[in-house]
Design a binder for this molecule. Structure first.
Ligand SMILES: *[C@@H]1O[C@H](CO)[C@@H](O)[C@H](O)[C@H]1NC(C)=O
Ligand SMILES: *[C@@H]1O[C@H](CO)[C@@H](O)[C@H](O)[C@H]1NC(C)=O
Ligand SMILES: *[C@@H]1O[C@H](CO)[C@@H](O)[C@H](O)[C@H]1NC(C)=O
Ligand SMILES: *[C@@H]1O[C@H](CO)[C@@H](O)[C@H](O)[C@H]1NC(C)=O
Ligand SMILES: *[C@@H]1O[C@H](CO)[C@@H](O)[C@H](O)[C@H]1NC(C)=O
Ligand SMILES: *[C@@H]1O[C@H](CO)[C@@H](O)[C@H](O)[C@H]1NC(C)=O
Ligand SMILES: *[C@@H]1O[C@H](CO)[C@@H](O)[C@H](O)[C@H]1NC(C)=O
Ligand SMILES: *[C@@H]1O[C@H](CO)[C@@H](O)[C@H](O)[C@H]1NC(C)=O
Ligand SMILES: *[C@@H]1O[C@H](CO)[C@@H](O)[C@H](O)[C@H]1NC(C)=O
Ligand SMILES: *[C@@H]1O[C@H](CO)[C@@H](O)[C@H](O)[C@H]1NC(C)=O
Ligand SMILES: *[C@@H]1O[C@H](CO)[C@@H](O)[C@H](O)[C@H]1NC(C)=O
Ligand SMILES: *[C@@H]1O[C@H](CO)[C@@H](O)[C@H](O)[C@H]1NC(C)=O
Length: 701
C-alpha cells in the first residue's frame, strides 16, 4: 500500500502538472490555416536584397487592425503586446507607413487586404524611374537625360518593391477568409471601451523564410560552391528568366546564325511581363497585356496581305520576357545578335517599332516617342526616324486616331528599344498612350487589372458570352492594332494601296483580352492550342511575373500561350498528321530549319478537328547574359535573382499571455519540485507513516 500510495501521489501530481502547463494551449492548438494568401518574397540584384522574409520558425504576433492613426501609435509605440502582426486595408499600404514599420522593432509582420480596385489617387510600388541604370541613357549617352532627369515616367512610384523588409508581408483577398480573421480580432483583441484587451488574444503566424542573402553576387557564389563541393548541392537563388517569343513574317533559315546578306528586318517589339510587390501576382492589364494583345492582333491583321502582296522587307515580331527586371529578354536577344547566335544580327535590323502602354488613351491621342540623342548625332538615323513618323502619321490620318510627338528633347520612355540603341544607332519609335509621365496610375501594381482597363461585362452574361462581348476597350485596341499593322507594312516597304486590306478585328481583340485578363480556359484559347497541353489553360487570368523556371524545361504559361496564338495568326494549317507534325522531315515543302510546327485542337465551338500549324514562331532563352558570362555584379545586364524558400504559410490562432505562460511554467515547476519532495519524504519515511505495512519500501520509482 505504501508504494502504491506514493505512485498515486506522483501520478496525480504529474497529471496536474500537465494540465496546468497546457491549460491555455488547448486553445492554442486551434489553428486556422489561411489558404488564399500571397507572400512578398526576397529578390536580389547585383548589390542588394529586397522584399520580405520571416525568421526560420515563422514570425508570430498578436494581431492588431490598423484602421486609424491611433492604431498606428498603439502598434509602433504604446501597445503592450508587441511584436504585432498588423492587419491593414490597402489604403494604409503606402511608403510613409511601411517605412515607419520597417524602422520599428515592434512589428512581427503585416497582412494587407487587397481590394479589387485601387485607390483613386493611384498606387505604384515600383520606383519613379523604371530600369533606371540599364536603359540607354547614361554618362556616355545623353548624360543630361540619364536617371529620368526631367521626365519622371512613373510619378506615383513609391519604391516599396525595392525595400528590404525584415518581416513577412502577405496579401489577402477580401473574402470570407479575411472575415474569419476580422472576427477573431474583434472577438478577442478589442478591449472594452478602449481598455487593453485581455488574454487569450488572436495571433497570426507567417512563414516565409528565405535562403538567399545580401545580393546576387553572394548567393550565386554560394550556389557555385555548393555545386562544386557539396554532395547534395542546395541552390539558394535562381536567375529570373523565361523565354522570348518571336517570329519573322517570312521564314529565315535558322541553321545559319549571324548576319544575313539580303535581310532587312523591321522589328515589332513589345513586352510580355510585369510585376507587383507580391510574388507571382501581376495582371499587368495596361502595363503588359494591352501592348502584347495589340501586337498579336496586328500580326493577325497583316497575314493575308503579307502573303498576297509581300513587302520587300521582313518583319520580326518579338515578345520580350523579363523586361520589368532590367530588360532581361531584350538584352538577351541583342546579346545573341551581337554574338552571331541569332537568325540575324543588328546590321540586319532596319528599324524598330515598339508597342508600349497603349490601353489608356485620353481621347484619340497616341504618342510617338523617339530617341533625341541618335537623331541629333546621326542625320541618317534622323532621316529614317522621320520616314517612320511620316508613315505612321499617314496611316493614322485614315483612322480616327491622332498621333503626336512629345517634346523633341524628351528621352525614350523605359522600353526594350533602349537595349537595341545601347548597341547600335537604329531608327525606331515607341508607341504609347502617354506624352511624358505614364497615364497608368497603377504601374506594376496589383490594381493594374481587367477592371482598370474597363474590360468588364454585364453581370448576366455566361463566360462564353463574355468571351465574345465586344467592349469599348477591345474596339480601341483594335484601332491601335490596325495602326500598328499598317505602319509595319509601310515600314517594310509595302504599297500604300494595300493598306485598306489590313484591319485588326475587334472580335479577336475581345477574345484575347478575355483570355489574358479574365480566364485563359475558354473555347477560343482551347481551339488554338494543343489539347494535350493540359496545364496551359487556367480558370483565371494568367500572371505575368517572369519568375524562375521550376525545372530546366518549364516555360511560363503566358509565353506558351502567346506562342500558340502568334503561330495561328501568322502561320498556316497543314495536312500533316500528329506524328508528322512533331517531325516533318522528308515531307515535301516542310522544313524544321525554316518553320516550327504546332499541333492544335482546331474549331471554335463546333466539333474540334485537330490539325498541324506551320509557322515561323520560335522561342529563345530570356535569361540575362550576366549569368552566361558569370558576371553576377554586372552593371550592363540584369542581375535579378529570386531566393528559394521551403515554406510559405499563414495561420491564425489564440495565444495566452506571455506572463501567463511563464506563470504556468513556474507553477508547474513548483508542483514538480513539491511532488518530488513529497514522494521522497513519503518513500523514505514510509515505515513510519504506514507502520503496519509488511513489505519493505524504497522502490517507489
Ligand atoms: C499613407 O496612408 C495614410 C492612411 O491612409 C495617410 O494618412 C497618409 O497620408 C498616406 N501617406 C502617403 C505618403 O500617401
Ligand atoms: C528610421 O530611423 C532612423 C534612425 O532611427 C531615422 O533617421 C529615420 O528618419 C527613420 N525613418 C522613418 C521613415 O521613420
Ligand atoms: C554619334 O555618331 C558617331 C558616328 O555616327 C558614333 O561613333 C558615336 O558613338 C555616336 N555618339 C553617340 C553618343 O552615340
Ligand atoms: C538635368 O536637365 C537639366 C535641363 O535639361 C540640365 O540643366 C541639368 O544639367 C541636367 N542634370 C544632370 C545631372 O544632367
Ligand atoms: C539594386 O537595387 C537597389 C535597390 O533598389 C539599387 O539601389 C541598386 O542600385 C541596384 N543595383 C544595381 C547594380 O542595379
Ligand atoms: C462566403 O460567405 C458567403 C456568405 O456567408 C457564402 O454564401 C459563400 O459561399 C462563401 N464563399 C466561400 C468561398 O466560402
Ligand atoms: C483552408 O483550407 C483548409 C483545408 O481545406 C480548411 O480546413 C480551412 O478552413 C481553410 N481556411 C479558411 C480560412 O478558409
Ligand atoms: C538551311 O541552311 C543550311 C546551311 O546552309 C542548309 O544546309 C539547308 O539546306 C538550309 N535549309 C533550307 C530549307 O533552305
Ligand atoms: C473606363 O470607364 C470609365 C467610366 O465609364 C471612363 O471614364 C474611362 O475613360 C474608361 N477608360 C477607358 C480606358 O476606356
Ligand atoms: C518642350 O520643351 C521646352 C524646353 O524644355 C519647354 O519650354 C516646353 O514647354 C516643352 N513643351 C511641352 C509641350 O512640354
Ligand atoms: C515608309 O517607310 C519606309 C521605311 O523608311 C519607306 O521605305 C517607305 O517608302 C515609307 N512609305 C511611305 C508611304 O512613306
Ligand atoms: C486589297 O486591296 C486592293 C485595292 O484596294 C484590292 O484590289 C484587293 O482585292 C484587296 N485584296 C483583298 C484580299 O482584299
Amino acid at each position: 500500500m505504501g508504494p502504491g500510495f506514493a505512485k498515486w501521489i506522483i501520478t496525480v501530481a504529474f497529471c496536474w502538472l500537465i494540465q496546468i502547463a497546457s491549460g491555455n494551449s488547448v486553445e492554442q492548438k486551434i489553428y486556422v490555416e489561411l489558404n488564399n494568401t500571397v507572400p512578398c518574397v526576397r529578390l536580389l540584384n547585383a548589390t542588394h536584397q529586397m522584399g520580405c522574409q520571416s525568421s526560420i520558425s515563422g514570425n508570430t504576433g498578436v494581431l492588431h487592425m490598423l484602421e486609424t492613426d491611433s492604431d498606428l501609435d498603439i502598434i509602433l509605440r504604446t501597445g503592450p503586446h508587441a511584436p504585432y502582426m498588423v492587419l491593414m486595408d490597402a489604403g494604409f499600404f503606402n511608403s510613409s507607413i511601411m517605412l515607419r514599420m520597417k524602422n520599428s522593432t515592434r512589428i512581427a509582420g503585416v497582412a494587407v487586404v487587397i481590394p479589387n480596385s485601387g485607390p483613386l489617387e493611384g498606387f505604384s510600388p515600383h520606383n519613379t524611374c523604371p530600369n533606371q541604370h540599364t536603359g540607354v541613357y547614361s554618362d556616355s549617352y545623353g548624360p543630361r537625360l540619364a536617371d529620368c532627369n526631367g521626365t519622371i515616367w512613373n510619378r506615383l512610384g513609391n519604391g516599396l518593391s525595392f525595400e528590404d523588409f525584415k518581416f513577412p508581408i502577405f496579401s489577402l483577398k477580401d473574402d470570407n477568409q479575411t472575415g474569419v480573421i476580422r472576427k477573431c480580432v474583434s472577438d478577442h483583441n478589442m478591449g472594452v471601451n478602449g481598455s487593453t484587451p485581455a488574454f487569450p488574444l488572436c495571433a497570426m503566424q507567417l512563414f516565409s523564410h528565405m535562403h538567399a542573402v545580401t545580393s546576387t553576387a553572394t548567393c550565386m557564389r554560394r550556389n557555385d560552391i555548393q555545386n562544386n563541393y557539396s554532395l547534395n548541392p542546395e541552390t539558394v537563388c535562381d536567375p529570373l528568366g523565361d523565354y522570348n517569343v518571336w517570329a519573322p513574317l517570312r521564314p529565315i533559315n535558322s541553321t545559319e546564325k549571324g548576319h544575313k546578306a539580303n535581310e532587312s528586318v523591321v522589328v515589332a517589339a513589345t513586352r510580355l511581363d510585369g510585376r507587383t510587390f507580391f510574388w507571382d501576382i501581376a495582371t499587368g492589364a495596361e502595363g503588359t497585356v494591352a501592348g502584347f494583345v495589340t501586337l498579336l492582333a496586328a500580326s493577325q491583321a497583316l497575314k493575308l496581305t503579307a502573303r498576297q502582296a509581300p513587302p520587300p522587307r521582313n518583319i520580326l515580331f518579338a515578345f520580350f520576357q523579363g523586361e520589368a527586371f532590367d530588360y532581361i529578354g531584350s538584352s538577351r536577344m541583342v546579346y545573341d545578335m551581337e554574338n552571331n547566335n541569332f537568325l540575324i544580327d543588328l546590321e540586319n535590323v532596319h528599324s524598330v517599332l515598339e508597342i508600349g502602354q497603349v490601353g489608356l488613351r485620353r481621347g484619340s491621342e497616341l504618342w510617338l516617342h523617339t530617341d533625341p540623342v541618335s537623331r541629333r548625332n546621326d542625320t541618317s538615323v534622323n532621316t529614317e526616324v522621320e520616314k517612320l513618323l511620316k508613315n505612321m502619321t499617314s496611316v493614322a490620318a485614315a483612322l480616327s486616331l491622332s498621333l503626336a510627338e512629345p517634346n523633341a528633347t524628351q528621352p525614350l520612355p523605359p522600353s526594350s528599344f533602349q537595349r537595341f540603341l545601347r548597341s547600335r544607332q537604329i531608327p525606331g519609335v515607341v508607341l504609347a498612350d502617354h506624352q511624358s509621365a505614364f497615364n497608368n496610375r497603377y504601374y506594376e501594381s496589383v490594381y493594374d487589372n481587367a477592371a482598370y482597363l474597363n474590360v468588364t461585362y454585364p453581370s448576366d452574361l455566361t463566360p462564353e458570352e463574355q468571351l465574345v462581348f465586344v467592349t469599348d476597350t477591345a474596339k480601341a485596341l483594335a484601332e491601335v492594332a490596325t495602326l500598328v499593322a499598317r505602319s509595319l507594312y509601310l515600314q517594310a516597304g509595302g504599297e500604300d494601296s494595300q493598306l485598306d486590306n489590313i484591319t485588326a478585328d475587334p472580335n479577336i481583340v475581345t477574345q484575347l483580352l478575355y483570355g489574358f485578363l479574365i480566364q485563359s480556359n475558354n473555347s477560343y484559347f482551347r481551339s488554338l492550342t494543343n489539347p494535350e497541353d493540359k496545364s496551359l489553360l487556367e480558370s483565371q487570368a494568367p500572371q505575368y511575373y517572369v519568375g524562375v523556371p521550376i525545372t530546366a524545361n518549364t516555360i511560363k504559361r503566358s509565353t506558351r500561350m502567346v506562342q500558340y496564338l502568334l503561330a495561328n495568326y501568322i502561320g498556316n494549317p497543314t495536312s500533316l498528321n500528329q506524328s508528322k507534325c512533331q517531325d516533318p522531315s522528308g515531307m515535301p515543302g516542310e522544313s524544321k530549319e525554316l518553320y516550327s510546327y504546332l499541333w492544335v485542337r482546331g474549331a471554335n465551338g463546333s466539333e474540334p478537328s485537330p490539325f498541324c500549324v506551320r509557322s515561323t514562331v520560335r522561342r529563345t532563352h530570356a535569361i540575362s547574359p550576366a549569368f552566361e558570362l558569370k558576371q553576377y555584379d554586372s552593371q550592363t545586364y540584369s542581375t535579378w535573382t529570386e531566393s528559394r524558400w521551403k515554406l510559405i504559410r499563414a495561420r491564425i490562432f489564440l495565444v495566452a499571455s506571455h506572463e501567463l505562460e511563464m506563470l504556468t511554467l513556474g507553477v508547474g515547476l513548483a508542483v514538480l519540485l513539491l511532488s518530488l519532495f513529497v514522494t521522497y519524504f513519503v518513500s523514505t519515511k514510509a515505515d513510519l507513516i504506514f507502520a503496519p505495512a509488511q513489505e519493505s519500501t524504497g522502490t517507489a520509482y
